[in-house]
Design a protein around this ligand. Structure first.
Ligand SMILES: [Zn+2]
Ligand SMILES: [Zn+2]
Ligand SMILES: [Zn+2]
Length: 184
């Protein structure tokens, strides 16, 4: 670590800082300022920067995009960014932009993982089935490691079917089913 570090892209320019994601030194014109850190323009580092801002808590008060009620959120809800509106019962997902509103249907979480291989494989399993599902936290999938696990939700009347499929999925992944995700 010399004091005369130069920009990786511009060897003649002096580096002003390092990218928070890849740790390489860059000049002023090669860095973008995130909420707290600098990031370079590499796609993976830009994704990390988006995650930095997305990981921020939701505000304490939020307007339900479905019924327009003013909602006061708990700290958990603000961090999770997904919750039910107590007024209209809609399931709100603020991990995506614009927020997703799921009305009339009830969904339950059946699986969550930070392992991108698991997530991709389970998606292909579900795509091959008739199960109506969605994944929350998906826009974080390009970032390693995931700060929040991706959560799989299926329609309540298909939970049993989904659980059967998950068994098959686990067997497929590991040869035997496991009890706990070692990464958690
Ligand atoms: Zn970088
Ligand atoms: Zn530069
Ligand atoms: Zn509402």
């Amino acid at each position: 670590m010399g004091s005369m570090e130069h920009c990786v892209n511009h060897p003649s320019k002096k580096a002003i800082s390092v990218c928070h994601n890849c740790g390489e030194a860059y000049c002023e014109s090669c860095l973008v300022e995130g909420k707290e850190f600098y990031y370079c323009n590499k796609p993976a580092c830009q994704a990390a920067m988006r995650q930095e801002s997305a990981a921020a808590l939701l505000p304490e008060k939020i307007k339900c995009p479905s019924c327009s009620s003013e909602l006061r959120l708990t700290k958990d809800e603000r961090a999770a960014r997904t919750f039910h509106c107590p007024e209209c019962e809609a399931y709100l997902d603020f991990t995506v932009t614009p927020p997703m509103v799921l009305k009339d249907k009830k969904y339950s979480e059946v699986f969550s993982s930070r392992n991108q291989g698991d997530i991709a494989l389970l998606k292909s399993f579900l795509d091959d089935s008739d199960i109506d599902y969605y994944v929350s936290g998906e826009d974080f999938l390009s970032v390693y490691p995931l700060i929040q696990p991706a959560k799989f939700f299926v329609r309540d009347d298909q939970v049993e079917e989904a659980k059967g499929l998950l068994k098959e999925f686990n067997a497929n992944l590991f040869g035997v089913s496991r009890r706990k995700n070692p990464e958690e």
